[in-house]
Write a protein that binds this ligand. Sequence first.
Ligand code: ADP
Length: 321
Amino acid sequence: MSLPDPPTTVQTDPESLPRNGSAVLEVRGLSKRYGDQVVLGGIDFEVLQGQIFGLLGPNGSGKTTTLNCALGLLHPTSGSVRILGQPSQHIYETRGRVAVVFDKPVLLPSHTISQNLKYGAHLRDQTGGCSASEVLKLVGLAGLEKRKAGQLSLGQMRRLSIALALAGNPELLVLDEPLAGLDPIGVREIMTLLARLRDEGLTLLVSSHRLFEMERLLTHAGVLIQGKLAAVGSLEELLGAAGRIRAEVDAPERALELAQQNSWEVLAQRGQELTLDSGTPAEEVNKALVQAGIGVKRLTPARSSLPDLFEQLVDAQEQEQ
Ligand code: ADP
């Protein structure tokens, strides 16, 4: 087969495993301007090993610009990025430890799935990594080896792109809008695959505007609105699951007094149902209520949702302007 020029994916052979919990990506004061237009207004975040970090936000909020700066494909106006300990402009030093899947599949359309994988291995000068059959099984394309890439559905093309990325055995997989343009079945297949990679411990950095789906996948997120990171943290921190509970009790007035005594924040009361931010585990709140002689009918974590959080952040930003 005749080989065209390499596409702009970044992937080669692995060198060493990162330390548990070490920073895979560190973004500090990153800003990007085009003339007078501020596309990124100085953002800070980090992705630690094992996290599934989502860069979330509407179209035009700066997600792709952030990824491109992180991958050394775009020069920031100011700020710095370190990826696997290297400044992003030296990303080539991370040879093979970072793989990228762009929203538009970078494939050889008139070549088969097998040939695409062989070409990927050739580009990486690969001697190690996963076998073609292993990665095709992982992405659910086993049995389709002889199918031409150009004849695949968009969902299958994206899964093949992920297979190509995984074949190099990366430590960090970056995916730009992995759900863009997919029908519901394609979305489901990619979500299942990403959840499997998460469960296997791979570190993922994903950009997406699909908040509902991302909520089921991510461990951490940064929400970009108009080039500013409006919120960043673990999903528990962002959605308030830690310490936030909904309790249905038989004596709400006494429960309110107890909340005051314990400095629990009362977020809402509807009849016998109180929503509290206690800052303590739910079992401690339950114990305190029961010890005070208050009957607890139901006690559940009161988690917000990414779409709700997003709306609050947009409202807050509109009020600021
Ligand atoms: P997202 O990935 O969140 O959709 P992008 O990072 O692609 O957002 O774009 C953020 C903003 O930067 C958009 O307003 C876009 O028009 C602008 N932008 C991106 N690239 C350029 C460029 N080369 N020149 C001028 N503006 C650009």
